[in-house]
Design a protein around this ligand. Structure first.
Ligand SMILES: *Cc1c(COP(=O)(O)O)cnc(C)c1O
Length: 445
């Protein structure tokens, strides 16, 4: 078949067959009759990119509607654009917040949230030491000072260290729900509340997760999400913010549109409370909104599959003598991105990963984020202009980053093993992963 002959229908059918083959290990099973060697008994295990595995006619049809209406821009066009508008309404509903704002990326959503909270020069924002760059850059972009707090065995911010890092200048904390697992929100909200610190939830790696029946992003003052391809639902790139606070919403919506405000946002949040100020352009286009609308309608079933597989593996290894699993403050709300356990030291952790990988189990160190305080550009406080306010205040000049500022985080990172989970894993794959972890763990314990 030449490329030209691949119609859009064919494309989706072929890719679905390829996926189900990979997911069920059919390719491997077919070989079994011919040569029954140990190698062929290992199922093919590839967690893949979750969102695209669920692309089907829904995304296709929604995209076609945008093409046919010739209205790819969210505010106006030759037809009546509704994709981004509807996505925002449905996303807010799903997350249990009053308002949602669709933007171009998770990083843009963080910049809008920080603008929404009114953070600026002189303010301090507490950020976990191990997380994605954007949680640091959004603070620096605002001219504020990033202050790192350690992570604990939740692999997320340690409430005790968060409390320790609060000063009279602390304006907000970014509670990042990393690697599909939840921050312990009760103590975080209590400490923040007592100290007048705003809570920004970064749910980029935990879209659809929940904590004690509350959907992540709706617990703090504002929540952000990413729809980049590595995240739960995806349009390649994209992001969103939710809040139930009309003032935060108006400020964020203004920041995402040069500082001006479209009437549709005020229709949602009420009379304007803020004058125009200098903002950015982070508006989402209708193609992105179309794909995300379709993906959102499948999020529940995606979560059920991914969680089901992670729960199966956690259940299969939890009674190993002495095993220290990742602390999950509400296991039901974890989205199941991976299974995590701690070995006694870095050398044992490395041997564990090596032996699991020999068995073709997708094991690794914690992945997808950055140990921020030890990055050269962070240690040297490099900004886009030498007079940038973040590090020119007395506190900014005094603060020291580097390994001594995040010893606990470095230790946690060094001891944890990650085993990636896939939404399309079969029971055979889950069982194989359980057997492999048990075998390797017992040989090293
Ligand atoms: C991916 C990610 C972001 C940024 O999202 P982009 O859409 O890539 O800009 C922010 N925070 C965390 C924790 C992330 O994983």
């Amino acid at each position: 078949m030449s490329t030209q002959n691949i119609t859009r229908r064919n494309f989706l059918t072929t890719s679905c067959i390829a996926l189900s083959g990979a997911a069920t290990g059919l390719g491997t099973q077919r070989l079994l009759g011919k040569e029954r060697t140990k190698q062929t008994e290992i199922p093919k295990i590839d967690p893949g990119y979750i969102g695209p595995q669920f692309f089907d006619r829904h995304e296709e049809q929604a995209l076609m509607e945008v093409l046919e209406s010739r209205s790819p821009f969210r505010y106006w066009g030759s037809g009546k654009p509704t994709k981004v508008l509807r996505f925002e309404e449905n996303f807010a509903k799903y997350m249990g917040a009053r308002f949602a704002l669709a933007v171009t990326s998770g990083t843009a959503a963080l910049d809008c949230a920080v603008a929404g909270l009114g953070i600026g020069p002189g303010d301090e924002v507490i950020v976990p030491a191990y997380t994605w760059w954007s949680d640091y850059t959004c603070v620096v972009h605002a001219g504020a000072l990033p202050v790192f707090a350690d992570i604990d065995s939740t692999l997320n911010i340690d409430p005790i260290d968060f409390k320790r890092k609060i000063t009279p200048r602390t304006k907000a904390v970014i509670a990042v729900h990393l690697l599909g697992g939840l921050c312990d929100m009760d103590p975080i909200m209590e400490i923040a509340g007592k100290n007048g610190v705003a809570v920004l939830e970064d749910c980029a790696q935990c879209v659809g997760g929940s904590y004690k029946a509350k959907t992540l992003g709706s617990i703090g003052d504002v929540g952000i999400y990413s729809f980049q391809v590595n995240k739960m639902i995806t349009s390649g790139e994209g992001g969103a913010l939710v809040t139930s606070n009309p003032l935060i919403y108006e400020r964020s919506a203004r920041f995402h549109d040069m500082g001006t405000i479209h009437g549709l946002f005020l229709d949602r949040s009420g009379p304007s409370q803020v004058q125009t100020f200098a903002g950015e352009n982070f508006r989402m286009n209708e193609f992105t909104g179309a794909v995300l609308g379709a993906q959102l309608s499948k999020l529940d079933s995606m979560l059920a599959q991914l969680r089901g597989n992670a729960d199966a593996v956690y259940n299969g290894i939890k009674n190993l003598p002495g095993i220290r699993l990742r602390h999950r403050p509400d296991p039901k709300g974890d989205i199941g991105y991976g299974v995590y356990f701690e070995m006694k030291d870095k050398a044992t952790r490395n041997r564990c990963i090596e032996q699991l990988r020999k068995r073709r189990v997708p094991a690794s160190t914690l992945s997808g984020s950055v140990m921020l305080p030890v990055q050269e550009s962070v240690i040297n406080k490099r900004t886009r202009h030498p007079n940038w306010p973040s590090f020119n205040s007395p506190e900014g000049k005094k603060i020291e980053y580097g390994p001594d500022s995040c010893r606990q985080t470095l230790g946690v990172f060094d001891r944890f093993v990650q085993v990636r989970m896939g939404a399309k894993y079969t029971q055979r794959i889950n069982d194989y992963i359980i057997d492999s972890i048990r075998e390797v763990y017992n040989s090293l314990a």
